[in-house]
Design a protein around this ligand. Structure first.
Ligand SMILES: [Zn+2]
Length: 228
């Protein structure tokens, strides 16, 4: 039962076929984990998270909201300049079930435009940053982890890799203390795990507090932390 709360149940993974939940590596000696942050970029939280990541020399993946990129272009630029990877999280953080297919795809495209327009200056420099993967397949994560099957199909057809997660920290929920979030990570992370955090006002302080502990634990357990 507890697994249902922190991880997507197997039946749901079946329904969401074609979606990435976890990403294993080929090398059997290698253990890897992926930190992901949704809903930024915002001045209240994102810079503090970037500073923690820089302190530990760790790269992460940010699923950004289009309107935030346009409002806070300098923070988005900092994410890119520091060698992290970015993915599309729609323009207004919309719920798939509340949108028609056309509306949803307009949201995806508007976010994509905002990302591209604000990446132009960075792109050349990025290719020189060590450790950054050439992101040939763009990443998409649906807000709330939900979308309709038609939306899923259309996004895959556009060439996106849809990335969910297999470890949910619940950092947006004030009842989850940093200690509890750390316990979830310790209990459910395995090789290739994609760990879900938020750089949002709601999660803010607790995410920033738990992040160093999560990184230290992952590194002590022998995980390499990488961008998706
Ligand atoms: Zn979100």
């Amino acid at each position: 039962m507890i697994r249902l709360l922190y991880q997507f149940p197997t039946w749901m993974q079946q329904l969401y076929r074609g979606v990435t939940w976890r990403r294993g590596t080929n090398a059997c000696q290698d253990r890897v984990a992926y930190l992901t942050f949704d809903d930024g970029a915002i001045p209240e939280v994102t810079p503090a998270i970037l500073s923690v990541l820089a302190q530990y020399r760790v790269k992460a993946t940010f699923f950004v909201v289009g309107e935030n990129i346009e409002k806070y272009a300098h923070i988005y630029a900092r994410i890119l300049a520091e060698g992290h990877r970015v993915g599309n999280h729609t323009y207004h953080h919309v719920k798939g079930s509340k949108c028609s297919l056309e509306e949803y795809m307009r949201e995806v495209e508007a976010c994509e435009r905002a990302m591209n327009e604000n990446s132009k200056i960075q792109r050349f420099k990025d290719s020189k940053i060590q450790g950054v993967k050439d992101s040939k397949i763009p990443l998409f994560r649906p807000p709330y982890g939900k979308m309709t099957f038609r939306q899923k199909r259309a996004i895959l057809a556009k060439g996106y890799e849809i990335v969910l997660w297999d470890v949910l920290t619940h950092d947006y929920n004030p009842r989850y203390t940093p200690d509890k979030m750390l316990q979830i990570v310790q209990r459910y992370t395995r090789n290739g795990s994609i760990i879900n955090f938020h750089d949002s006002v709601k999660s803010g302080a607790r995410t920033i507090e738990v992040l160093p502990k999560v990184i230290e634990w992952l590194q002590a357990e022998g995980y390499r932390i990488d961008v998706l």
